[in-house]
Design a binder for this molecule. Structure first.
Ligand code: FE
Ligand code: FE
Length: 392
């Protein structure tokens, strides 16, 4: 029996990861064709109010589709919440002589029995699981395969080791002006032409509260309190040490702006911005968010040189730091959400002797790196040497 694949999702936006997975499935299961089905309202996640319209998502999926891929608007034309059981009921009627294979990633597969009407779905389709092959998940997948096969379906496991990007990360990259690498041909142009995902907004010199809103939308939720704490602390320290409180606040807000991007995406951003990296950064991508954050602050948010410089040195420090740079480094270390042995000493020093506070922060970082057998960044070593020499 000929097979037809069913690949649903919000496709917000569709990206190369989707298309490669689709390609894998077509080849691995020798599919006659694969239906790409954008959902109207996904049962498990609501789209934000400013998300592209369903028609725009459909159009982007159309632009992404390659050979043997067919865009199907069954869920969009049905409207409302897109339940898979309704979709496969219709498709089974439409294709009575074909084997339908419902494709899904590991997470969806493992939670399949919590979907609406799972057994009804399985009456109409086989299941194709696109899994990455992480060691931890293989056992769970094998067990779930057995569970579903007991219900009378066939489960195909398709290894799909490519983990290019998620739509969430891609939306961040788009704001930073560099989503191109991960978008199918034509989709980036479409996004930019239509100003989707905030790509047409001007983020230069936003007032403080508008800046805060944008920043919060780009951070991972668990980093928001830290960033707001860092902003408040930086402002307090600026008042104490006679630095510009507005610059301090803006630097505090923006200092971790690219932190949500993982190592490979940090490298992508550098690549797209035309930055050539030294060995240390290539190896320790964790510290890269300071550099990429400073570039985003400069190019996307139009911040002044003071703010940009402070962000650039906030992770490693550097020799001969100015007052704002010291303030951001120390504020990042001791804002109210930080909790580690020695933080109280640092908080006290921050208001009595900023250089000593900076030095203590650097020393604590070095101690931690030594403990974890990691290299110390050349900039941190230079910062410490500079303070030693100055007699701090
Ligand atoms: Fe940071
Ligand atoms: Fe931070």
């Amino acid at each position: 029996m000929e097979r037809i694949g069913i690949y649903g999702g919000t496709f917000n936006p569709p990206h190369v990861g989707h298309i490669r997975a689709a390609r894998y499935a077509i080849d691995a299961l020798k599919l006659e064709k694969l239906l790409l089905i954008p959902s109207c309202i996904a049962p498990h996640k609501a789209l934000p109010a400013d998300a592209p319209t369903p028609t725009q998502r459909l159009e982007m999926v159309r632009l992404s589709a390659l050979e043997k891929m067919e865009v199907c608007d069954i869920e969009l034309s049905r409207g409302g919440t897109s339940y898979t059981y309704e979709t496969v009921d219709s498709l089974a009627k439409q294709y009575p002589k074909k084997e339908l294979v419902l494709l899904m990633g590991t997470d969806m597969f493992l939670s399949f029995l919590t979907w609406r009407e799972p057994e009804r779905i399985l009456k109409n389709v086989s299941v194709g699981v696109l899994y990455r092959g992480d060691k931890g998940e293989l056992e769970q997948i094998a067990e779930q395969k057995k569970n579903l096969e007991k219900l009378g379906t066939t489960v195909y496991l398709i290894e799909n080791p490519i983990n290019a990007i998620s739509s969430t990360q891609l939306r961040r990259l788009l704001i930073f002006g560099c989503g191109k690498t991960f978008l199918p041909d034509g989709v980036e142009d479409y996004i930019i032409k239509n100003g989707l995902y905030g790509t047409k907004k001007d983020y230069h010199n936003l007032p403080m509260d508008a800046l805060e809103q944008v920043v919060v939308s780009l951070l991972k939720p668990n980093r928001v309190a830290h960033v707001l704490g860092c902003r408040d602390t930086a402002i307090d320290l600026a008042k104490r040490w006679g630095a510009d409180a507005t610059d301090a606040g803006r630097a505090g807000l923006l200092h971790d702006i690219t932190k949500a991007l993982d190592g490979p995406l940090q490298l992508t951003l550098c690549d797209e911005y035309g930055i050539v990296l030294g060995d240390f950064f290539q190896k320790y991508t964790k510290t890269l968010h300071a550099l990429t954050g400073s570039l985003v602050a400069e190019r996307i948010f139009g911040e002044n040189q003071q703010v940009v410089d402070a962000i650039r040195s906030h992770t490693t420090g550097k020799a001969n730091m100015n007052t704002l740079e010291k303030i951001l480094y120390v504020a990042d270390y001791m804002e109210p959400n930080r909790d580690f042995p020695g933080v109280e000493k640092l908080r006290q020093l921050a208001y009595t002797d900023l250089d000593k506070a900076l030095k203590l922060g650097l020393e604590m970082t070095v101690a931690l790196l030594n403990k974890n057998n990691q290299e110390i960044s050349p900039a941190s070593a230079e910062a410490l040497a500079f303070l030693e020499k100055a007699g701090v």
